[in-house]
Ligand binder design. Structure first.
Ligand SMILES: [Fe+2]
Length: 404
């Protein structure tokens, strides 16, 4: 009996060791971003515990339960050298899948043939044209507290993608905090992935808590994790992303790595180029119309001085603002006053962080304010937008619509 027990304990040990080795060999994280048209391309980002062999992505429009030889398509994901490797040796490989069919579900596995593949994952390309799009947005998240319940509700909304306006895990650009990025990536993956396994691609802008105090012109040194994980969405940290025929998004850096004024020529050019797109969104961290901090705060003044005239000139539809950790929706504004036609600014970045205080009365530019954690759900349709804000209890904080 005694020998039998020892043997069975030994067997359990062997099984546990094998399981442990298997788990360790799988990619640490897999997440999705865009660096081109979301109707026909996607970036599969694979984080490995260390750089061993070549990373492969096998994909198909049908499920093959992870049997790599059965997937119709295959691409090698190039290893990308990032500063993460001098944090704890972790390595990144990114495969850009191209030539995809719009409005189509793709199944994939990613990893190293020799060392272990991810389980089968799934994504859906955007439909393109006039078809409706749904996305969620918010910023100032962190890795615990309200973010857990909010991200769980994101999954229930089944968005096409998620738009994050900076201050992501609050790692402050420190190479010594891989744990925070691990938790954030884990939360996003496990909480937003729908019950049928569809992953939610991530679109980001940078916030102050992605940067450190190191004095350098090298953006990788100033924001090592952000640049490593999200620095390939475009050539610059500020960029334009088009979604279908009806929606364009201008992603800006509210002065964390690049000053507001340095982005003006680019913003003018891009908004002019896309002026016929019916629904124009801007995403950035520091609000032009803050609901907690001082209206005369430096970042807010810089936004109103340098960006607002261009937003007004080309008819920005919605400004997605963050940083203040409250809920707000502005009135329709143009020329820095309440107007019949103009821009609505939503925010203010409370997608997990504890809410801050608001004034006893709403500020002149705000329609609504609340000290509530929340995220926004935006439906883009051919002839209008529907927006709703959902709080940490799952209650609807706000709902409004905008037409062309
Ligand atoms: Fe912030």
């Amino acid at each position: 009996m005694r020998l039998g027990r020892v043997l069975s304990l030994a067997m359990i040990g062997v099984v546990a060791l094998v399981a442990c080795l298997t788990v360790e060999a799988e990619p640490r994280h897999v997440f999705l971003t865009y660096s081109d048209a979301p109707e026909t391309t996607i970036d599969v980002n694979v984080i490995l515990n260390e750089h061993e062999g070549e990373v492969q992505v096998y994909y198909d429009t049908k499920s093959h339960d992870g049997k790599v030889e059965d997937y119709a398509h295959h691409v090698t994901a190039p290893y990308i050298q990032t500063l993460m490797v001098i944090s704890d040796e972790r390595a990144l490989a990114v495969a850009t899948l191209t030539g995809l069919e719009p409005d189509t579900e793709y199944y994939f596995v990613a990893g190293e043939d020799e060392f272990g593949m991810s389980k089968e994952r799934k994504f859906r390309t955007l439909p393109g044209g006039d078809a409706p799009i749904r996305f969620v947005t918010g910023g100032d998240m962190g890795v615990d507290g309200f973010v857990i319940s909010l991200l769980g509700m994101v999954g229930e909304e089944e968005p096409d993608f998620g738009v994050i306006g900076g201050d992501i895990p609050y790692a402050n650009g420190l190479l010594g905090r891989p744990d925070l990025w691990d938790k954030w990536l884990h939360n996003w993956d496990h909480l937003t992935t729908s019950d049928d396994g569809r992953m939610v691609p991530i679109v980001t802008a940078i916030g102050n808590h992605e940067t450190n105090d190191y004095i350098s012109d090298n953006l990788e040194l100033r924001a090592p994790w952000y640049m490593a994980l999200f620095g390939r969405q475009a050539e610059n940290i500020y960029y334009t992303r088009k979604f279908g025929d009806n929606m364009v998004m201008f992603v800006l850096d509210s002065g964390h790595l690049v000053p507001h004024e340095a982005q003006v020529p680019w913003l003018e050019q891009e908004m002019a180029k896309h002026q016929d797109v019916p629904f124009k969104f801007a995403l950035y961290h520091v609000p032009l119309y803050p609901a907690h901090r001082d209206y005369e705060g430096g970042g807010s003044v810089a936004g109103r001085t340098h960006w607002l005239p261009i937003f007004d000139k080309y008819g920005l539809t919605v400004g997605m603002e963050n940083h203040d950790h409250v809920f707000k929706r502005t009135k329709v504004l143009k020329g820095n006053e309440v107007a019949e036609e103009g821009t609505v600014y939503i925010g203010d970045g409370c997608f997990g962080r504890a809410p801050r205080e608001i004034d006893p009365q709403p500020r002149w530019y705000n329609e609504k304010e609340a000290a509530k954690a929340h995220f926004w759900v935006v439906d883009v349709k051919k002839d209008g937008l529907d927006l709703k804000a959902i709080d940490a209890e799952g209650l609807e904080l706000d709902r409004f619509s905008l037409t062309k």
